[in-house]
Design a protein around this ligand. Structure first.
Ligand SMILES: [Zn+2]
Length: 325
């Protein structure tokens, strides 16, 4: 088969619903980033898909996450702000929300002398991953830790396993801001396996935990704009609607035809897959309809999120499972 044959046999790419304007943030500059103030000396940087944050202090710059997609633009953004304000642009501290490479893979750009700080599980997982682009933090914490750097207060907190075993919250009490990454994608739906979460019940609990903190601005680690408390509430409602829809689907989708067709020939996995796919589709359908035009890409990723949320409800809560009589 030559290249022409393969293109002619490919299925056309799907068309999706338009992205609501409310999902977008400020346009990136020619170098591909936008940097803006959150409050006073706390800033955020985005490339439109990933976000990082930094504080300029008397003891240098404290950087929060280092996504490789922003990469060298992190220092460009810091230089832009520091030069305008006549303060140091040297990154002296790097605080990690979690170990994932897509939020930490530019860490090595900041050299060996930067003080890296993260949860003790972040250290363990980065030692395990042994990735030269992500050196393990030397400074760690277990549940809570308050940092005082250059006169600025930063509260780190771990509330149990969620998106990853180590994913932690960064609260800036003097800047009315919270950094909570890979939980709420501001203005957008979660992706794939409930935002690629290792612990789905833990993931589902995090938005309510975030709302127990006082803050006005959420730095969510993803997409092109900052978040508000209302963004967290809309996300919670979306997840609650999916849970309610999954309960209905598990109670109403009849497994009989799938087990008759595939069970008859001994293909038990064929039967299980066809049944659970049907439950997942029934879970997603009303939620896609409700949130199209409200949360961006509701039609793109809700089917995946619905399926894995439904599986978590079966396996972690026993919903839809029956004990044989
Ligand atoms: Zn992650």
């Amino acid at each position: 088969m030559n290249a022409t044959d393969s293109t002619t046999t490919e299925a056309p790419l799907p068309d999706y619903a338009p992205i609501p304007p409310s999902a977008f943030g400020p346009a990136p500059n020619e170098q591909g980033y936008y940097v803006g103030r959150v409050e006073r000396n706390l800033y955020w940087v985005t490339d439109g898909v990933y976000q990082a944050a930094f504080l300029t202090t008397q003891d240098g710059v404290v950087l929060f996450d280092a996504p490789p997609s922003i990469g060298h633009n992190l220092q460009r953004a810091i230089d832009e702000i520091a030069n305008a304000n006549g303060v140091s642009s040297k990154v002296t501290y790097l605080v990690h929300t979690h170990h994932h490479a897509d939020h930490a893979g530019a860490s090595s750009l900041f050299g060996k002398d930067v003080v890296r700080i993260g949860h003790e599980e972040t250290r363990r997982l980065l030692l395990r991953d042994d990735d030269p682009s992500r050196p393990a933090p030397e400074e760690t914490f277990s549940d809570r830790r308050t940092l005082e750097i250059g006169g600025e207060r930063i509260d780190l907190a771990w509330h149990g396993s969620n998106h990853t075993p180590d994913n932690s919250i960064i609260h800036f009490p003097d800047h009315d801001a919270l950094m909570m990454v890979d939980i709420v994608n501001v203005g957008w739906v979660p992706v794939y396996v409930v935002n690629l979460s290792d612990d789905i019940p833990g993931y589902l609990a995090m938005p309510a935990t975030a709302l127990t903190y006082p803050w006005k601005t959420l730095i969510s680690g993803h997409l092109g704009r900052l978040g508000t408390r209302d963004d967290v509430v809309v996300h919670q409602q979306y997840m609650a609607d999916l849970e309610a829809s999954a309960k209905t689907a598990l109670a109403t989708v009849d497994p009989t035809p799938y087990f008759q067709k595939y069970g008859a020939v001994g293909n038990m996995w064929g039967a299980v897959k066809a049944y659970l796919n049907a439950v997942g589709e029934a879970t997603a359908a009303p939620v896609v309809e409700k949130y199209t035009g409200v949360l961006a890409a509701a039609d793109v990723f809700t089917p995946d999120v619905a399926f894995w949320l439904m599986e978590s409800m079966r396996l972690n809560h026993g919903i839809g499972l029956q004990v044989h009589p």
